[in-house]
Design a protein around this ligand. Structure first.
Ligand code: NAD
Ligand code: WQD
Length: 332
């Protein structure tokens, strides 16, 4: 399949481009490089032996996207978005414009070009603060705690409505839990600008001495060790989930919603311990106040993805930490 991959130079996008190439597909990457480096494309080439076509374009640029789309595609995977929760609180209009506006603009171009299979990067954040765990896809959409979360809820609704109006469309809504880790080659990974907000990149920088200690946000949650529990998923497993969704649902009219996670929760302190084990470093930490907007626990029921897509994760927390650590130590 020829697949248009927006945001394909980013963290999850780049791993998915590798997985698509390894599965024999032909991805074409569009990215405005607002949160990615051009060198990622060469690294994808190094890993796979294939150099995907690349367009440095913004998904909101209709003319540029029309020109790219006119070459013809079997499907589009849409990763392009801004994702920093804190920044979205400070700059809500930037997030609504880039994420929701960008998706609407892209959808108009795809409809005009008759590209009708669409895979969307959604998030476990759409469940809000789940009352029942593990979370199934049937659970109602929750209340977001920040504009970033609202953009995901809104974009899902836009897509359900677009599919309703264009019944031949195949829309896959992939709700990622907490993607972490890196490519085992050490060539691709997550490289947040400034101080990381997310746990594993922060732990990585404590382990290599760039940051003095981890602040554990809350030690009094109703969880086994009192710290927050999340469903961390290796980015390579997540990438393979996209290939599986495309394989199952390309040209398959309807809206197909999946949780992509491992089905297992890990606490902050379990992540710290696992990272210490694989890195051989001590990770100093202090338990501080809860972070506003955090939920106590969130992990996925992945029954649907297993049975319908025939996909499940195969990489455990130790492997996620080991690959993150290899990437952290690499020169970039
Ligand atoms: P990322 O920032 O590494 O990748 C996003 C890419 O999109 C970047 O390369 C960026 O340059 C590009 N981009 C942003 N706006 C663009 C625009 N207007 N036009 C063209 N390119 C644009 O983030 P990621 O972690 O790879 O996330 C990919 C997708 O997955 C996003 O939609 C994100 O919201 C979603 N998601 C991420 C997580 C996570 O924890 N990483 C969890 C759930 C969902
Ligand atoms: C994980 C756990 C923190 C940092 C976020 C977004 C979500 C999704 C994925 C895109 C929590 C604790 C963290 C630190 C800590 N993104 N923590 N000290 O908040 O589950 O999800 O990324 O869709 O929308 O909200 O991930 O990695 O920030 O936190 O103690 O310095 O680690 O409290 O329990 P989160 P996270």
């Amino acid at each position: 399949m020829r697949v248009l991959v927006t945001g394909g130079a980013g963290f999850i996008g780049s791993h998915t481009v590798v997985a698509l190439l390894e599965a024999g597909h032909e991805p074409v990457v569009v990215d405005n490089l607002s949160n990615a480096r051009r060198s990622v494309l060469a690294r994808i080439g190094e890993i796979t032996g294939h150099h995907p076509e690349f367009h440095n374009a913004d998904v909101r640029d209709r003319d540029a996207m029309k020109s790219v789309a006119s070459a013809g595609f079997d499907a589009c995977i849409h990763f392009a978005a801004l994702k920093a929760v804190g920044e979205s609180v400070e700059k809500p209009l930037l997030y609504y414009d880039n994420n929701v506006g960008g998706t609407i603009s892209l959808l108009e171009v795809l409809i005009a070009a008759d590209i009708t299979t669409f895979v969307f990067s959604s998030s476990a954040t759409v469940y809000g603060d789940p009352t029942i765990l593990p979370v199934t896809e049937e659970m109602p959409i929750g209340v977001a705690t920040n504009p970033y979360g609202w953009t995901k809820i809104m974009m899902e609704q836009v897509l359900r409505d677009v599919q309703d109006a264009n019944p031949e469309w195949s829309v896959s809504l992939l709700r990622y839990f907490n993607p972490v880790g890196a490519h085992p080659s050490g060539l691709l990974g997550e490289d947040p600008l400034g101080t990381p907000n997310n746990l594993m990149p922060y732990v990585a920088r404590v382990a290599d001495g760039q940051l003095p200690r981890l602040r554990v946000f809350g030690g009094d949650y109703p969880t086994p060790d009192g710290t927050g529990v999340r469903d961390y998923i290796h980015v390579v497993d997540l990438a393979e989930g996209h290939v599986a969704a495309l394989g199952t649902h390309s040209g398959d009219a309807g809206v197909h919603t999946y949780n992509l996670g491992t089905g297992q929760g890990s606490s902050v302190l379990e992540v710290v311990k696992s990272y210490e084990n694989v890195s051989g470093k001590t990770i100093p930490y202090e338990v501080v106040e809860r972070r506003e907007g955090d939920v106590a626990a969130n992990w996925a029921d992945v029954t649907r993805a297993k049975s319908v897509l025939g996909w499940k994760t195969s990489r455990d927390l130790a492997e996620m930490c080991a690959d993150s650590w290899r990437w952290q130590q690499g020169s970039r």
